[in-house]
Design a protein around this ligand. Sequence first.
Ligand SMILES: Nc1ncnc2c1ncn2[C@@H]1O[C@H](COP(=O)(O)OP(=O)(O)OP(=O)(O)O)[C@@H](O)[C@H]1O
Ligand SMILES: [Mg+2]
Length: 781
Amino acid sequence: METNIKNNLVKEIMSQTIPVVPAIDVIVFPHMIVPLLVVDERIIQGINQALSGQKLVLLLSAKNYDDENSQEVETENLYKVGTVASIMRVINVPEGGIKILIQGMCRAAVENIQTIDNILTAQIKPVDFSNEENEETIALVKNIKEISSQLSMTSQSFSPDFHTILTKMQNPEKIAEFILSHLDLETNKAQELLEQKDLNNLLEGIYQELEKEISVAQVQERIRNHTRDAINKSQNEFYLREQLKSIKKELGENDEDIDVLRDELEAKQLPEKIRAEMNKQLNKLERISPDSMEATVTRNHIEWVLSLPWGSYTQDNLDIVHAKKVLDEDHYGLAEIKERILDFISVKNLKKDSPSPILCFTGAPGVGKTSLGKSIARALGRNFYRISLGGVKDESEIRGHRRTYVGAMPGRFIQGIKKANSMNPVILIDELDKIGSDFRGDPSAAMLEVLDPQQNQEFYDNYLGIPFDLSNILFIATSNDISTISAPLRDRMEIIELSGYTTEEKIAIAKTHLIQEALADSGLSETEFTLNEAVLEDIITCYTRESGVRNLSQQIKKICSKAARHFVEKKEIIHITQENLENYLGPKRFVDELTHIKNMVGITNGLAWTSFGGEVLKIEALMMPGTGKLILTGQLGDVMKESAQAAMSYARSHAEEFLIGEERFTKFDLHIHVPAGATPKDGPSAGITMLTSILSALTNRPIDASCAMTGELNLRGEVMPIGGVKEKLLAAKRNHMSSIILPEQNKNDYLTIKDLTDGINVIWVSHANEVLDKVLLPQSA
Ligand SMILES: Nc1ncnc2c1ncn2[C@@H]1O[C@H](COP(=O)(O)OP(=O)(O)OP(=O)(O)O)[C@@H](O)[C@H]1O
Ligand SMILES: [Mg+2]
């Protein structure tokens, strides 16, 4: 209805004059609603005139309008085709001029333009299409509708309504006007379309413009996607992580453990420097992705540091009476060592921060080194941890791996401290002599740092990466053979020798400790089982050959478990006697060798001292036709070979004294063998033993087999001192020797063996002749 009124209005004004409003940079198509700012007084007057009448004006665009500052437009610069528009609203602008809202009505061409009463007016005529609708028009309309549907899907400047409205429209002219009012065209192009008189050309022009819009929309879309991708990539991880966090939250696996670690850190008594370092690490952990390798490494490290007993000390029990009681309870004998421990406790009583000594117990297996360490911890009331270094070859076992290694761990001492759970435990370094070394470094060198009171206050473990104080630990090392420990390491320790036990001592240990232990293990009570001293002696002499008591303990345990079975079966008290012992332990393993002691030519009882304690070692010499060669077998070390040669030279130079003919040296070979050929042997202490065997073989005189000997020999025939006197004496006694020959110069050791000489004759010698006089028997007939 309204359009009709307007149409009529428009028809009315055609060929009339109406005020002209120049439009700059904008072409207003019919149906478009556009606001315009007008400042030119002539134009404002024209508008006012229109407002008083039909409210219609002619909008004309300016050609090549490029002077932005000029407010006036020259008449000749205006296009000759424009749009009749109706003024919808007028607003006065405070800064001057007016703002009008106008709506395009129809196209019109200027017939005549002039200024009347200072108002720019134009006489107009309608612009009609020259041609009628034809098939091409229909096709074009169809195309336009299609493309507009695409456009409303892709381009954001065209709403979906745009297409919906368009589909309902039939009139090509209306369609053209409708689309033109939506397109944002360049002024020139818009003017061209406004002036177009051929409907098909107009539609085609519109179609082209729509195509342009489509391609612009596509490019826009591409740019949008591209930027979205770029943004996605960088933010993807963030979003995923956020998602993971919320998933974890849902699952109850909240990342609260960092807070837990923080609380733990607060609670620990860490040195300030280390606390700061740990806080740094925790901050780092919070920043990095919780599933990254680095997070695992960092978290493990923090957990390790927090698991250490920073600042936690156990209270030492410094009561001497108590300590003595504990030590005596756990071990029989060992008086010297117990004294040493009590000394240490006394010093602690007087000076709490006195440095702890580093003790090293050395001795044969089973003499109680390890168990003594435990007992000391019990006496002092300290925590105890045992580190076994047997077979450790890798330096990082001591000092830890660097954190960058997969599966890196702190070294054994830091691990030990964690297990011991106090800053001042007793740490037993077991088997210190079995520490190895290879391409992975020298662990004993790393041990130097651990055991050096000057350095171990700030022990640096590669894994922890922060210093740790080991100086409050009481270190006790054990070893079987002190000679294999490197000199600098030995130097840092206070070496305490535990010698082997005599049979009497072993009996006492068995009575006071081993039997109770074995009974406790087997579940028998003391009233259900008897085992007297004579039986114990039999077990010691016939079933064991050792310096310590480990085998003895095993044999007693064996008896107890067998006895337990009998008790269960027969329900009667078990008496172990010398007669029924074999029922429990089987046939005797070491038969009384007295019957085997036979004086023979060329066979001498030597005494050796190994990490297993003392041993009787027979040295055999044999003459055979030959050219005067000396053959040595039995895995002898260089020192031992040389002492054989020295003995041989001594024998040869004293041949006359012993009535040995020269041909014994030139027409015969001499073979010296030391049985148990598989075990390597070395050392100079078999000097006099070799000489005895050699001279026996050369002279054919037998040797007193009830005598064992040890002593180094020099070329002048002097007997020099040796080590391990006590062990050797015990070995001789174990082997039922009736006398033992020892170097005179070892008499200092007599004090330590004084109590052991019951039942054995000790002969002190200073020269080889004294030995030979004693053991070389006259030639048998
Ligand atoms: N004097 C003793 N009193 C009581 N029991 C002892 C004594 N000596 C050793 N034992 C016992 O003997 C057993 C073996 O001792 P331990 O394991 O300490 O030997 P070790 O010297 O460490 O030997 P290895 O060198 O083989 O390690 C332990 O059960 C220990 O209690
Ligand atoms: Mg041990």
